[in-house]
Structure formats: structure tokens, C-alpha cells
Design a binder for this molecule. Sequence first.
Ligand code: ADP
Length: 446
Amino acid sequence: MFEKILIANRGEIALRIQRACKELGVATVAVHSTADADAMHVRLADESVCIGPPSAADSYLNIPTLMAACEVSGADAIHPGYGFLSENAHFADILEEHNITFIGPTADHIRLMGDKIMAKETVKALGIPVVPGSEGAITTDEEALAIAAEVGYPVIVKASAGGGGRGMKVAKTPEELPVALATARSESKAAFGDDTLYMERYLAKPRHIEVQVVGDGKGNAIHLGERDCSLQRRHQKVWEEAPSPSLNDAQRKQIGETCSNAIAQMKYRGVGTIEFLYENGEFFFIEMNTRLQVEHPVTEMITGVDLVIEQIRIAANAPLSVKQEDIRFHGHAIECRINAENPSTFMPSPGKITYYHPPGGLGVRVDSGVYVGYTVPAYYDSLIGKIIVHGKNRNECMMRQKRALNEFVIDGIETTIPLFTALINEPDIIDGQYDIHWLEHYLEKP
Ligand code: ADP
């Protein structure tokens, strides 16, 4: 096992990783920008290093400074969390060159899955169903028009280097396609420095269902069931639950096994998520994330497996701690992402928290790094915490989430809690009847 792990992240996820380290008896090093000097992840770490000014590019994304922080603290491994450098293959390469363990997959696997065209080809060859569309990149408008005529309109043009919902454009007709291509191309070039595009059939009312996988890097892999993340705004998840209200046990087992078989064949190391769109009983792969995800706690709640401890153990060359046949799914879990934002306009609302009372009780988990007197900085993502609740079944889970949301008090800033207290009373949400467009339609209503 490692002696000291440097956590190259901030906020709730830095704290989450620290908790796992402490339970493993591993010392922790927090890093922080000057804007985060008073953050909880800094206060609770065994030691901390300031890595630069507020801007993430100069601090949390600054590889030379992070390497120096490793050097001065004597950390033997780095956990990247999510976002920031978590899917940066170059960073993983550099760590390897310096004999510091990157707690995550190999740089080659990060690179492979970061290129969406290559990712799609790879998983298709391993038996995972993909969205029908172009085979590889599209080079000319004529080629795109021909492929679109074959797969049928509407189509979606996507950036091969894409992420965070950027560089995607829908075309409903052949007339719209050249414009969609041009816009996606320039957006992708600006955001990722790469304008390689591919195209897929645009699914009208799919759900977003993703499978959590874990591999040991030696050809052994398991799946921990699925999460339903269909409630999204601007392609960003806001509410996640497990199991999906729309799958039965047989479907769950089948897609889970398809994914774990692929992961085993790839000799994938660490935790990962295989994301699908699900429509009319069919799964269509969209991408694989080679990191821990924001919504990982819902899986932990229904399986009892600590995904961060598992990640760290695998990075330290330990075998998987559970076998597929030992995994049992218990009850239901729902996560609501609490953002420091106005709940109707979604404008960021940084500032000082003047009162903070988190919910508690059976089956309630709050992952957050905020406290009374803490100032939410304006420089980073507005996620300030997550409420994850567990219940025997979906109904109990919904009632408990409603109760927990009502108990939660955060004063001094605006948060998205009121959005969730409204959503939880919506008949479609109560019935689990929603697709990836549901929330956008709901928010458009006067
Ligand atoms: P990113 O990496 O930018 O998040 P994804 O490929 O994961 O891109 O897609 C993000 C979201 O965009 C999906 O959750 C879904 O809402 C929408 N989307 C992507 N591909 C399609 C498609 N073929 N049909 C319909 N919606 C899609």
C-alpha cells in the first residue's frame, strides 16, 4: 500500500478521497490554490501545499507545480479525482516517468477512450452496441450527407475530442447538416484544438444509463450495475439514481456482463463508466469515462463497495476485493447535485455561507466540503455538495430524499436545493418516467 497520497483536486471530491485514504491508513497531502486556503479539504489533510493563484490553469491544472508538491511532500501516488487532470494521458505519462503512481487507468487507455471515434470502434469490436452512424471521422459535407441519408434524420454531429457536451450539433434535415457541421467544427476547434467530427443517429427520447465497471489491469473485471442519469440540463447531470427505474434484472445483468467482459478483455485497470443512451429496450454506447465520477456514491449505496478504496487498492496492485457473484444490489439510491447557483436561472452564486445545517438520519449521506463561514469561490465549478439517500425501494428513497432536502439549510448563497424540492413532487419523477430531455422541457415551462 502507498504511504502518502497527494490528492490533486478540491472540494467535495478531495474530501471524499481523503476519507478513503484515512480508512486505509494512508497519509494525505492536499493541494490548493490561494483561493482555497481555507477549504475543508486543506483543513482535514495531514499536510497541504499551495500550488498557485486562483485560476485553475495556474494551480489545479499546473503539472510542474503538482510534481514539485509531490517532491516536497514525498507522496508516492496521486489521486486526480474527477475533472481537472483526471483524464489527462500526458499527466499519467509524466507521473509514470517519475515513479509516482497515477491512481487511475494506464495512459494508453485514457488516450484511447478520450478519442471518441477510437473509443467507439474499440468497444464495438468488444461486443458493446453503439449508436449507428459514421464509421470513423467525417471528412466532407458530401460524405456526411450520404451517411445521414443512410442512418436517417435527425442526426447529431459530435467532436471526437469532445467532452462536457461541447461540439455537438443536431441536424433535422439535409439542409441543416452543412451548418451543423460548420458550427460543430469551429466549436470543437476552439474548445479542444481539434476539429475531427463524427456523426450518429440522434435518438429522440432516450434515457442516459451508465454502467460502473472495475478492472484489475490483469484481465479480471466486474460491474456494479447501472446508474440512470437522464435528468440533465445542457448535457450536465443534475440527479442520478440506481438502479434505473426503466430496467429489469435480466436487462441489468445482460448489459452489465457485456461491459465487464469488454473491460476484462481490454485488461482495463481501475474504475470506469461505460455510458449508454437507452431507447425502446436497446442500449447504444456513447462514451467511456476513465475516472471516478461525481455520481459514484449511488452505486456505493446499493452495493456497499467503496469505489475509492477499490481504486486505491488496484493502483497498489491488489486484486479486486469482490467477485461478481458476491455483489448484491440492495434497495435504491438517489443523488441530487447541490450547486451554488440560482435555482431558476442557474447563474452562479458564489459568496459566504452564513448558516449551514445538513440533513441526517438513516440512509442519508452528504458529501460536501462547505461549512459556516466558508466562502464559495467564483473560480471553479459550482458544485458544492451532493445529497445521496438510500432506501429499501424507490418509493422509500424518494420520501427520504424529500425529507432530507427539506432539512437542508444553506444561507448566504443561492443553491439548487429548491429545484430538487420541486422535482421530487413531479408526477413523472415520482413514476420514474423521464428521458434526457425531460428536465429541459420542464425548465422551459412558464
Ligand atoms: P460529452 O462527452 O460531451 O458529455 P456524450 O457523448 O457523453 O458527450 O453526450 C452527452 C449527452 O449528449 C448525452 O448524455 C445525451 O444527452 C446527448 N447525446 C449524445 N449523443 C446523442 C445521440 N446520438 N442522440 C441523442 N442525444 C445524444
